[in-house]
Structure formats: structure tokens, C-alpha cells
Design a protein around this ligand. Structure first.
Ligand code: PMP
Length: 306
């Protein structure tokens, strides 16, 4: 894959990577005070733009962060920045099966060195479009090896896991655990001992033909890919359930996979050195991976004018 130039919009103006700057007084930088979204553009179409923007606004509402843009304006900015990416890289994204990745960041904006958000009159709205590749082709074919982490998913009465905020430090701590053990990802449990999710993906297991993923209340982000996979399971008449997953459920699952915007649907074949199922990506995982690829071809808001 050749290196591409990112397209970056800050508060509606396009910049090159060298010139794209926000202030060191931005409370996103000083305190992690802000929210974000990761979105894919498949074949020139923004996948589930509506749901991503809804989640962005919900996260912002919890932080009482007035974005100052309408939902439609955010989608337009993504479309504009993606067209800029295609132009500067000379790529026709409609004919390209390497999907783009969009990062939307809304930070509290410039303030002073104190924590008080009232000192930040105007949020910064940033859209970055580029490519991202989390895993190699072989990892999709053979599955990932994961570890569990002793770091617990954020408690709902601290920073609710449903809020996609700029504060990902427990995820970073868990990712460091994964790195130390040469694992692709780490799995969080919550304080009740149930699986919550991975550091940047939702987790599913397959047991006795049934697809199971933790309920949001167990500490999972309401993933857009998770939701799509649950819908696809229903379409394919695969039994599915949002239910607690314990450590034995995890280790003894027939299949396991992760879902996320950047990772898409990726099989898991080992956890803490236990083989999952027969150590190969399972049949239900394969069906859902294929169905998800089909869905990404069907769904989406085109970045070009209709
Ligand atoms: N959990 C966490 C903690 C995440 O950051 C993400 C997004 N990368 C997900 C799950 C997956 O959500 P989505 O499918 O909406 O990308």
C-alpha cells in the first residue's frame, strides 16, 4: 500500500498535514475534553453516517459540549474532506476497494490552563480523512491472538463507556498489556466479572450456534459495526443474543470475533494461550464477515453530488 496524504478540515477550512494545528490551550489536548468518531467510506459512500453522527451528538450531550454545527453540516464536512482526499491523492474512491477512514474530533476548544469548560467559548471541529490498516490479510485469514487485561472497563458512574470521548487512557493501558504479550488486542472485563469489549472493538462469541455479545450495560460502546452484525445475524437467521459473557464462556466459545469501524469483522482464534474452537476462524464468523462486506457495498451516503 503506497503512502497517502491525509485531508484535514479544521472548523471548516482545509489544511495539509504540515499546516493543520490546534492550540496547546485546547482542552481536548490539556484534559481529553472532547468526543470523536471513527467512520469508514466504502467505494465512495460513508457507511452509516447517520448513526455515527447521532453517536457523536449523544457523546457531546453527555459532556454538555455544544458542537455548534448541525448534523447535516458535519456530514457535509466529511463529504467535502473526503473529496479533497481523493483529489490530492489522485484516487477515484468509487473504484477503490481499500476503504477510507474518517476521524471526526470535537474538542472543547481553547481555554485557559484551568479545567473550567466555561472558559472555552468555541469547540474545535476537526475532520481527518486518510487510510487505516489495523491488521494484515493473514490475521483476517487465521484469526487474532488476544489477551485479557486486569484493567477494568470504565465504571458507568465515572466515564460512561457509551461516551466516545477523547479520554481513552484505560484503553491505552489495556493496549499496553496486549503489546507486552505480543497480542493483537486486550479484552476488558467489568467490575462484575463479565466481558465488556476490547480496547477499540466490540467482542462476540459463538456458542452452540448462537451469536452472543455483551449488552451495552456491561460496559460496551454501542458500536455501529456491532449493531450491523446483529442485524446481519437476524437476516441470516442466525440466533443472536445480547447477554453476559463470563471468562469460561470466552475460553470455551466455539468461535470469537471482534467488530469495529477500523477493524471491520476480524476472527479471534486464541485468548490467553487457549485455542478458541478448533483454532481456525469458524463458519458463522465467515458468514458474518462476508455479509458485512456485502452490506458495506449497499449502504452509505455518497461523497460526490448525486
Ligand atoms: N469499542 C470501543 C472502545 C471503540 O473505540 C470502538 C470504535 N473503534 C468500538 C468498540 C467499535 O465501535 P464501531 O463499530 O462503532 O467502530
Amino acid at each position: 500500500m503506497c503512502k497517502t496524504l491525509p485531508a484535514i478540515s479544521i472548523n471548516g477550512t482545509l489544511y495539509s498535514r504540515e499546516n493543520a494545528n490546534v492550540s496547546v490551550f485546547d482542552h481536548g489536548f490539556l484534559y481529553g475534553d472532547g468526543v470523536f468518531e471513527g467512520i469508514r467510506i466504502y467505494g465512495g459512500k460513508i457507511f452509516r453516517a447517520d448513526r455515527h453522527v447521532t453517536r457523536l451528538f449523544r457523546s457531546a450531550k453527555v459532556l454538555d459540549l455544544p458542537i455548534g454545527w448541525t448534523r447535516e453540516e458535519i456530514v457535509e464536512e466529511i463529504r467535502k474532506t473526503a473529496r479533497e482526499w481523493a483529489a490530492i491523492n489522485g484516487v477515484d474512491v468509487r473504484n477503490n476497494d481499500d476503504p477510507l477512514y474518517v476521524r471526526v474530533v470535537v474538542s472543547r476548544g481553547d481555554g485557559d490552563l484551568g479545567l473550567d469548560p466555561r472558559k472555552c467559548p468555541k469547540p474545535n471541529v476537526v475532520v481527518i480523512v486518510d487510510r487505516i490498516k489495523l491488521y494484515a490479510k493473514e490475521q483476517y485469514e487465521n484469526g487474532l491472538a488476544l489477551v485479557t487485561t486486569a484493567i477494568r472497563r470504565n465504571l458507568p458512574d465515572t466515564l460512561p463507556p457509551q461516551v466516545k470521548s477523547l479520554n481513552y487512557l484505560s484503553n491505552v493501558l489495556a493496549k499496553l498489556d496486549a503489546n507486552r504479550e505480543n497480542a493483537a488486542e486486550a479484552i476488558f472485563f467489568n467490575t462484575q466479572g463479565y466481558v465488556a469489549e476490547a480496547t477499540a472493538d466490540n467482542l462476540f462469541i459463538v456458542s452452540n450456534g448462537e451469536v452472543v455479545t455483551p449488552p451495552i450495560s456491561d460496559g460496551a460502546l454501542p458500536g455501529i459495526t456491532r449493531e450491523a452484525v446483529l442485524e446481519l445475524a437476524a437476516e441470516l437467521s442466525i440466533p443472536r443474543r445480547e447477554w453476559h459473557i463470563t471468562m469460561p464462556d470466552l475460553f470455551c466459545a466455539d468461535e470469537c470475533f471482534l467488530t469495529g469501524t477500523a477493524a471491520r469483522v476480524v476472527p479471534v482464534t486464541a485468548i490467553n494461550a487457549r485455542t478458541i474452537g478448533n483454532g481456525r476462524p469458524g463458519p458463522i464468523t465467515h458468514r458474518l464477515m462476508e455479509a458485512f462486506v456485502d452490506l458495506t457495498c449497499r449502504d452509505g451516503v455518497c461523497i460526490y453530488d448525486k
